[in-house]
Each structure stands twice: as C-alpha cells, then as structure tokens.
Design a protein around this ligand. Structure first.
Ligand SMILES: Cc1cc2nc3c(=O)[nH]c(=O)nc-3n(C[C@H](O)[C@H](O)[C@H](O)COP(=O)(O)O)c2cc1C
Length: 186
C-alpha cells in the first residue's frame, strides 16, 4: 500500500508512551509539518508552543481540571482522576496550538496544522493524542500568567492540544468507524 495512506489508515490516538524525551530533530520535523499545513488565505494565524517540561505540563493539567470544575463538570474531573489524574496521560511532550482570536477560519487552520502533526508523528514512530480540553485554558483566570510563561502571543487563544511520546508496547484496538457517513454523487 502507498506509504502515506498506510500511515493514515493505521494511526491511532494512543495514550501510552515511553518515558523518554522526544529528540529535538523529531520535534522540529513535527513542527515543520504543522507550519506547512494549509491555512485560510495563507493567514498562518496560529502559534505552536512545544512543552517538554513535565512540571509545566502538570501545571497546565491542574488549570484544566480546575476550569472543568468551574464549568460545573466535576464528574469529568472525577473520571480523569480515576484514570490517573492526568489529562495528558504522562506524555513527555505537549504541543499547545493557539489561534489568533477565535476567528472561525483560524481555528480551522489550527485543526489542519494539528492533524499534520499527528501524521508526521506517526511517520516518526511517535504516538499522539489530540487533547480538546486544552480549549478551556483561555477562560482561566490563570491564563495571563500562563501566556507569559509559554510565550503565547497576545491575542492568541489555545484551541487544540497534542500530546506526543515514543511508542510503548501494547495492544491498541481500532475504534470502530460509523458506516453511512459518506455519499458519492456522480
Ligand atoms: C477535536 C478532538 C478532540 C479530542 N480530544 C481528546 C481528549 O481531550 N482526550 C483524549 O483522550 N482524546 C481526545 N481526542 C481523540 C479521540 O478520542 C479519538 O480520535 C477517537 O476516539 C478516535 O480514535 P482514533 O484517533 O484512535 O481513531 C480528540 C480528538 C479530536 C479530533
């Protein structure tokens, strides 16, 4: 099978990683894949913050859990805590993708960039998992402080997270796909 299609068809969201830092050349390749994604009117109104510091990742995890509780969804945090308390599942690297304001086309461009990183990671034997809950960060009272620490430019709001880690052993079955989600018109 075509190598690219093989990577796309066999990729999974995997929440288990080797306890090993990701090499800088691999991170560089993944970020390059992000910035080569299509963007609406080539605006590239996105920002990528690549965090390889576990302490910082834990800090972000705590802010997310606090925000989910503030939203009245403590039951979700209870579920996270049952699964070890970490929305990032111990991944050694977290990429925060931020879009300029909440402009719809910028958010779509960020999703394209995030998916490019997912595919690049898979090609490099790196597991990844998209983290949607990163989007609560912007509403936190701690976000201004975090923005400074993470060097996220003013006016940019996190909308997607991606965790990365070298592949660990395990059996990760393919979640089923719905049928009848496609029509071909000719
Ligand atoms: C926008 C988006 C948000 C997601 N957020 C999360 C998340 O917060 N935590 C998580 O474990 N997985 C998250 N995922 C991964 C999905 O759960 C996963 O893609 C889905 O179950 C299908 O599995 P697969 O990616 O292995 O095919 C997210 C995926 C997308 C596209």
């Amino acid at each position: 099978m075509n190598e690219t299609l093989n990577i796309i068809l066999n990729r999974r969201s995997i929440r288990k990683y080797l306890d090993k830092k990701i090499e800088k050349p691999d991170l560089d390749s993944i970020v390059e894949a992000a910035i080569m994604a299509p963007s609406a009117m080539n605006s590239q109104d996105w920002h990528f913050c690549v965090i390889s510091n576990r302490e910082r990742i834990n800090e972000i995890n705590n802010i997310i859990k606090e925000e989910i509780i503030n939203e009245g969804k403590k039951f979700i945090v209870d579920k996270i805590n049952e699964a070890g308390g970490d929305v990032f599942r111990g991944a050694p690297v977290l990429v925060i993708v931020s879009s300029k304001e909440t402009e719809k086309s910028n958010i779509m461009s960020c999703a394209a960039a995030t998916q490019n990183m997912v595919i690049a990671a898979e090609a490099l034997n790196i597991n990844s998992c998209w983290i949607g809950s990163i989007s609560v960060l912007g509403q936190s009272s701690q976000f201004d402080n975090l923005r400074t620490k993470l060097q996220i430019p003013d006016g940019f709001i996190p909308n997607n997270g991606l965790v990365l880690g070298y592949k660990a052993d395990g059996d990760f079955p393919m979640p089923e796909r719905k049928s009848e989600t496609v029509t071909f018109i000719s």
